[in-house]
Design a protein around this ligand. Structure first.
Ligand SMILES: N[C@@H](Cc1ccc(O)cc1)C(=O)O
Length: 357
């Protein structure tokens, strides 16, 4: 029942979206933040929402990173990527980043044990696969959003350029890193970050390698801020510490002072929730139930089944997260179902299949 209802409203609303987008008002702070929030795509922001909304009235550059721990993306990656995509279709600049360098180190965030170091050639291989996967995501999502998006006159005509942080780390020596980044970083603050403090209590502790991870990600934000005027980083909620580390570094290297002498925020972070099902279980590679966005790993059939088996109580939440349908429309449809006490069986899998298979 639900897929049909949604299909009917789908094209009408997307057409409206496009005409809005071709005006400069598409950048109005009205407001991507409200929309992302209503979709359940925001967990936390690093400054006041008011301030961020103000900033978003102008075109911004926003980045999100993915580490090459596997050669495919999974459903959990979709939350930051879709958030990035929401910014993209409203005319902001987005930078999807692959962690060609950070993947060689390993992020301790959200893990209670040390990762074995990945083989460098495997990491390189994964970077290329992920580059392709992210490109594919943007291509498909843009086609799904609107075919006209391909027209060169729209701000979203181009698929964003994908970068890898190996670009700036490969030529950087240890001494330079210590002098540029280390000197501005407080060990006390680094120890207090959740990703580190949680591990300090474990018997195994944390290696120096994983301990420094936050500084690598911090430097990424700094480089993108300096060279590409990137002002916002998006990541999963486990990335909070790494994102804040970047903002700290940016502020320490170039303290921003407004005309009244007060500190002025120039860099911001947005975290997305981690994807869970109604019983609170996480999805992801480390949770062991990854649903890959790659039909050679998770077949189209399994992918479809995954969404088809969505519990009724998750349907509304997933629709808001995974489709571009207007939130009001989703609420309307869900309400109609509740009133008539229809069971809501599935989210419109056909839309998702088109995007990712
Ligand atoms: N640390 C992120 C990936 C990432 C890497 C580099 C960055 O600059 C940003 C994000 C993760 O593990 O999900």
């Amino acid at each position: 029942m639900l897929p049909h209802l949604l299909r009917r409203h789908h094209s009408k609303h997307l057409v409206r979206r496009v005409s809005q987008r071709s005006h400069t008002t598409s950048l109005s702070g009205h407001n991507i933040l409200d929309d992302l929030k209503a979709r359940g795509l925001i967990s936390q922001v690093t400054s006041s929402e008011l301030k961020l909304k103000e900033v978003l009235k102008q075109s911004q550059t926003i980045y999100a990173g993915v580490d090459p721990t596997a050669e495919y993306l999974h459903v959990g990656h979709l939350l930051p990527l879709l958030s990035l995509f929401h910014f993209h279709i409203r005319g902001h600049n987005v930078i999807p980043l692959i962690g060609g360098a950070t993947g060689l180190v390993g992020d301790p965030s959200g893990r209670n044990s040390e990762r074995p170091l990945s083989d460098a050639t495997k990491v390189e291989h994964n970077v290329e696969k992920l580059r392709h996967a992210v490109l594919n995501f943007f291509n498909r999502a843009m086609t799904y959003a609107d075919k006209r998006v391909q027209s060169p006159s729209t701000p979203t005509a181009r698929v964003p350029q994908i970068r890898s942080n190996i670009e700036w780390f490969k030529g950087m020596g240890l001494l330079e890193f210590l002098r540029v980044v280390g000197v501005h970083s407080r060990v006390n603050t680094m120890l207090a970050r959740e990703s580190v403090s949680a591990r300090l209590e474990s018997q195994q502790g944390i290696s120096f390698t994983e301990f420094t991870y936050q500084l690598l990600q911090a430097y990424d934000f700094y480089v993108l801020h300096k060279n590409h005027q990137c002002s916002i980083q998006i990541g999963g909620s486990d990335q909070w510490g790494n994102i804040v580390a970047g903002i700290d570094l940016i502020n320490r290297i170039n303290p921003q002072v407004g005309s009244d002498g007060a500190h002025e925020d120039k860099a911001f972070g947005i975290t997305t929730p981690l994807l869970t099902n109604a019983s609170g279980a996480k999805f992801g590679k480390s949770a062991g139930n990854a649903v890959a966005l790659d039909s050679s790993i998770t077949s189209v059939f399994d992918f479809y089944q995954f969404f088809l088996r969505t519990a009724d109580s998750d349907v509304g939440r997933y629709l808001k997260i995974f489709t571009l349908l207007p939130v009001e429309k989703i609420d309307e449809v869900l309400q109609a179902h509740q009133v008539r006490s229809f069971p809501v069986h599935a989210i419109p899998c056909h839309l998702l299949i088109k995007c990712f298979s």
